[in-house]
Design a protein around this ligand. Structure first.
Ligand SMILES: [Fe+2]
Length: 155
C-alpha cells in the first residue's frame, strides 16, 4: 500500500487540479459561443466540481485540509488556464481545453499506478472515466472543426 504521506500529496494535487479545471472551464464557457459545445462544457465543469467534493473527505481522512477552491497560480494547470483566459476564439479556447484535459487524464492515470485503498481507487477510477470522456469530446470538436460550422447550432 502506498505511504500515507504520498497518498495525501497525490489526493491533494488531484483535488487542486480539479479546482483549476473548474476555473479553466468557466473561462472557456465564457468565451465559446457555440451553444451545444457550451452546454457540454458546462456538464464537464460539473464533473470536476463533483470530483472536488468526492476527493475532499479522503484528504481529510488522511489528515489534510481540503484544498481551497481558488485557482493554484503556481500549479499544474496554470499554463492552460492562462491560455484560455487570453484566447477569444472558439478554436483557441477548445485547443487550450484539450491540453488541460490531457493533463488531468495523465494525472489520474498516474494516481492509479499507486497501490490505493479500495474506496479511494474506486473514486479515482470513476473520475478518470469522466476525464476520458471530456478529452474525447474536446478532441472530436477539434477534429470536426466545430468553429467552422455555418450555423452555430448542433451539427
Ligand atoms: Fe476533465
Amino acid at each position: 500500500m502506498v505511504d500515507s504521506k504520498d497518498l495525501l500529496k497525490q489526493l491533494d494535487s488531484l483535488a487542486q487540479l480539479d479546482i483549476d479545471a473548474v476555473h479553466a472551464y468557466t473561462a472557456a464557457i465564457d468565451r465559446i459561443d457555440l451553444p451545444d459545445v457550451k452546454e457540454q462544457l458546462t456538464v464537464f465543469r460539473g464533473d470536476h466540481e463533483r470530483h472536488i467534493v468526492e476527493l475532499s473527505p479522503f484528504v481529510e481522512r488522511m489528515g489534510g485540509k481540503p484544498p481551497k477552491r481558488t485557482p493554484d497560480f503556481k500549479g499544474f494547470l496554470i499554463q492552460g488556464f492562462t491560455a484560455v483566459r487570453s484566447m477569444i476564439s472558439n478554436e483557441s479556447a477548445l485547443k487550450a481545453m484539450k491540453s488541460n484535459e490531457e493533463l488531468t487524464n495523465k494525472s489520474y492515470d498516474k494516481a492509479l499506478e499507486l497501490q490505493l485503498p479500495q474506496d479511494i481507487r474506486a473514486v479515482i477510477e470513476k473520475n478518470r472515466g469522466d476525464e476520458r470522456r471530456h478529452l474525447a469530446y474536446v478532441n472530436k470538436c477539434i477534429e470536426d472543426r466545430v468553429w467552422e460550422r455555418p450555423e452555430k447550432t448542433a451539427a
